[in-house]
Design a protein around this ligand. Structure first.
Ligand code: NAI
Ligand code: 3PY
Length: 324
């Protein structure tokens, strides 16, 4: 008998066809109120779940007594209670690697956009305000040769270091759980304590996951360690940062600018004080959002889910303790 799969994300036609071959599929097209009600109705028969951007808490998962596997179409797994899933022996998988380069591209886009004031100056042209040659009031700051500080030297951190070191001649400093000699050799990178990195980097870039340990990692004290020239880039998760402290640091010009792809609450409210600040470039959590990468992520998630439902260990298993 085919397994019951509930999708809460639309997939491309070829991936849908693959899933249909092997499973009975219920598609929840959107996660609006109606969609969530449909999801609740489908959960009691679900053996597999596939999707992204939904906090799957115990209250929802308790509706799914037959659940065997969840395939998240993301590398970040902060939406899941891994302890609870493991207790229930539900296999959780994610989609690392396939999105690394694209997300690092986004990080670099934010570095360039903030330092060179790309959005602000492009809007000036669009608004008909380019009436004479621009002068120092519109100048930005160099990217090449500046110190790139990476907090969380994992896959995406390394891809960012590669761009900075080889593409822009940037000295790379980093902070992570522990030093990484191979990374230091490849990018001539140097390990720093968190405080030293915050004081020394021209670009402070967050590329770590949201965990109990990293929630609120960057707050008032950490912004106070940065310099007025510092540019702050967050492509990890909004909750790693105390957003109120960030807004104060930007408003007081304690730091120069921020490039933000992620926020405490998403979608970012249009009234957010962040959007009143012209030294902020805000993007809509688009780190991995290219056609190619989103398709590769979805394919990876389908592979993981079908493997798990066939009794095989998924390649990207997040909670190996749940594997019997
Ligand atoms: N903006 C976006 O659209 C995207 C955001 N992300 C975020 O980026 C995160 C990182 O992804 P990957 O590089 O693939 O993960 P990864 O696991 O390869 O790298 C994370 C690194 O952070 C380090 N780390 C974790 N906790 C730390 C702590 N408390 N202090 C210091 N270092 C710590 C780890 O040791 C690891 O080296 C994801 O978890 C996700 O939240 C990922 C993809 C797209
Ligand atoms: O994969 C993730 O964790 C994202 O944030 C979106 O790609």
């Amino acid at each position: 008998m085919k397994k019951q799969v509930v999708l809460y994300k639309k997939l491309s036609a070829p991936l849908m066809a693959r899933l249909h071959e092997q499973a009975e599929v219920t598609l929840i097209e959107s996660l609006d109120t109606q969609g969530l009600a449909k999801l609740r109705d489908a959960l009691p028969r679900a053996q597999g779940l596939l999707g992204a951007s939904l906090k799957l808490d115990a209250e929802l998962l308790d509706l799914a007594p037959h659940l065997e596997a969840i395939a998240s179409v993301s590398v970040g797994v902060d939406n899941y209670d891994i302890g609870y899933l493991t207790e229930r022996r539900i296999l959780l998988s994610n989609t690392p690697d396939v999105l690394t380069e694209t997300t690092a591209d986004t990080g670099f886009a934010l570095i360039l956009a903030t330092a060179r004031r790309v959005v602000e100056l492009a809007n000036m042209v669009r608004d008909g305000q380019w009436t004479r040659n621009i002068g120092p009031a519109h100048f930005g700051t160099d990217v090449h040769g500046k110190t790139l500080g990476i907090i969380g030297m994992g896959r995406i951190g390394e891809a960012l270091a590669q761009r900075g070191h080889f593409g822009f001649g940037m000295p790379v400093i980093y902070h992570s759980h522990s030093p990484k000699p191979a990374v230091e050799q490849r990018f001539n990178a140097q390990y720093r304590s968190l405080d030293d990195l915050l004081q020394q980097a021209d670009f402070v870039c967050l590329t770590l996951p949201l965990t109990a340990e990293t929630e609120g990692l960057i707050g008032t004290r950490q912004f106070a360690l940065m310099r007025p020239e510092t540019i702050f880039i967050n492509i990890s998760r909004g909750k790693v940062v105390d957003e109120a402290a960030l807004i104060r640091a930007l408003s007081n010009r304690q730091i120069r600018a921020a490039g933000l792809d992620v926020f405490e609450r998403e979608p970012l409210n249009h009234d957010s004080p962040l959007l009143q600040l012209n030294n902020v470039v805000a993007t809509p959590h688009m780190g991995s959002a290219t056609h190619e990468t989103r398709e590769a992520m979805a394919r990876c998630a389908v592979d993981n889910l079908l493997a798990a439902l066939a009794g095989q260990r998924p390649v990207n298993l997040v909670n190996p303790q749940a594997w019997r």
